[in-house]
Design a protein around this ligand. Structure first.
Ligand code: NAD
Length: 455
């Protein structure tokens, strides 16, 4: 089947009106949950083969989070999709105002390789909830997971409703020539621009979930032990290949030594003295990505780690200390298990540095002082933020998740996915029983005086 045929099939399915029914959407969400659960062992195995992802990490970040998202959506869908009445100005009396959520039509979802299951299917949950059909393009770099996803979707869903497309960049480029009603892309800013240009051709609305360097700041009054544990966990989860991973950490000079020691102790506790033998530490997705990361390893500033092995695509959890803001490792998103540590004296200098760079996807601040916390919230801009934690904000379905500026546009999860993937149609419903002549010509001076009383 050509892409054009698949899309025509989805147009027919959408026009049939099946997806308009809430019962249908809930039934499909239940089905999605059930096929994910049935495929759980295959998904875990494929993620292990592609990224050597520990089972615990795969379950929590690829399966558990999706099941939660589906359950939350099913529970609230009726409420979200009910038309909402709004107030209407007295000048429009006796009309009423209502907002209807209507589906766009066909949503194309492009996913990256780092969380290839969650980042493909979480947007699909929103697309189904809002009454759309969807074309799914799983990442090709994680080829074992891509095979499982293609099989899981295409052998369980009507292709007119959901269809997953295989292949890599060439197939994605081909697909982008088609007209969709919405494009949901997660990946790099470089490809995000390609997506935006292709979408502009058809004036298709888009959501771009991109990346960037997410800063983490540990201030002098932070709980050092808790901060170290949470930061080490978040940084080295999936070997640092997480869009919201703390990219680098700025630590107050007065606690730097204690903080570095605490981080090293956590690393030893989590992964042992030889992380290469640990079952709890993932691998870099490809040799090319490993090569890029190895280039950041400056022997002079390695505090711990730095070992690598191209055969097994292993890069040790690594800390670089006394890193300068203009060091090579500070120029691009790291996306790997390397943590640069920068020390600071004045928090205002850190804020200035952050604000002079592209807006990050996330920002993390550790401090016990509420005034300082509020200052950080008010004086910086980022897609999302955690105070005294890292990365877990995305697990709260009540919070919008997305970027700002060069880290992306549009936000999703829970109700925010439903809102983003449905068009809000404002409808004014008037009565013909009363037809006040004020608005019609001839526009006399008397009418004008009346008009000025209202507006
Ligand atoms: P990528 O941009 O290289 O690829 C993403 C997807 O786009 C893949 O499916 C790929 O096949 C496709 N693609 C690649 N080239 C294309 C082209 N020329 N035309 C059309 N499609 C093309 O990103 P990646 O390397 O898979 O992921 C890493 C990036 O994604 C990082 O920057 C990371 O921060 C970001 N990311 C963001 C989020 C988020 O939620 N905001 C989540 C995960 C990853």
């Amino acid at each position: 089947m050509s892409y054009t045929d698949i899309i025509h099939g989805q147009r027919r399915f959408f026009k049939s009106g099946k997806t308009r029914s809430i019962e249908f959407r809930i039934e499909q969400l239940r089905k999605l949950k059930s096929v994910i659960q049935i495929h759980e062992p295959k998904i875990l195995q494929a993620l292990f083969e592609d990224l050597r992802k520990p089972k615990f990490e795969s379950y929590i970040s690829e399966i558990g989070v999706l099941i939660e998202e589906i359950d939350f959506t099913i529970k609230n869908l009726e409420k979200w999709s009910t038309q909402k009445s709004v107030l209407t100005p007295v000048a429009l009396f006796p009309a009423k105002g209502k907002i209807y959520a209507e589906p766009f039509g066909i949503v194309a979802v492009f996913a990256p390789w780092n969380y290839p299951v969650q980042l493909l299917l979480a947007p699909v949950v929103g697309a189904i909830a809002a009454g759309n059909c969807a074309i799914l393009k799983p990442a090709d770099l994680t080829s074992n997971t891509q095979s499982v996803l293609l099989n899981m979707i295409n052998s369980n869903f009507d292709p007119g409703f959901l269809y997953a497309i295989g292949g890599g960049v060439a197939e994605s480029e081909q697909l982008l020539k088609e007209k969709f009603d919405y494009i949901f892309f997660t990946g790099s800013a470089r490809v995000g621009k390609i997506i935006m240009r292709a979408a502009a051709e058809h004036l298709t609305p888009i959501c771009l979930e991109l990346g960037g360097k997410s800063p983490c700041i540990v201030d002098q009054d932070a709980d050092i032990q808790v901060a170290a544990r949470r930061i080490v966990w978040a940084k080295f989860f999936n070997a640092g290949q997480t869009c919201v991973a703390p990219d680098y950490v700025c630590v107050h000079e007065s606690i730097k030594t204690e903080f570095l020691t605490a981080m090293k102790e956590c690393m030893d506790e989590f992964f042992g003295l030889h992380p290469e033998n640990s079952d709890f530490f993932a691998r870099i997705v490809s040799e090319k990505h490993l090569e890029r990361l190895v280039n950041y390893l400056d022997k002079e500033i390695i505090f711990c780690g730095g070992e690598f092995n191209f055969k097994t695509r292993y890069l040790a959890p690594t800390i670089l200390s006394s890193v300068a803001w203009d060091a090579p490792v500070m120029q691009e998103e790291i996306f790997g298990p390397i943590m640069p540590v920068i020390e600071f004296t004045q928090i205002s200098d850190v804020i200035e540095q952050i604000n002079s760079r592209p807006k990050p996807l996330a920002l993390y601040y550790y401090s016990e002082n509420t005034t300082k916390q509020n200052r950080m919230i008010a004086e910086t801009s980022s897609g999302g933020m955690c105070i005294n934690d890292c990365i877990v904000h995305l697990a709260n379905p009540h919070l919008p998740f997305g970027g700002v500026g060069s880290s992306g546009m549009g936000s999703y999860h829970g109700h925010h996915s439903f809102n983003m993937l449905s068009h809000k149609k404002g409808v004014l419903i008037n009565s013909t029983k009363l037809d006040i002549p004020l608005r019609y010509p001839p526009y006399t001076e008397k009418k004008f005086r009346w008009l000025r009383r209202f507006i």
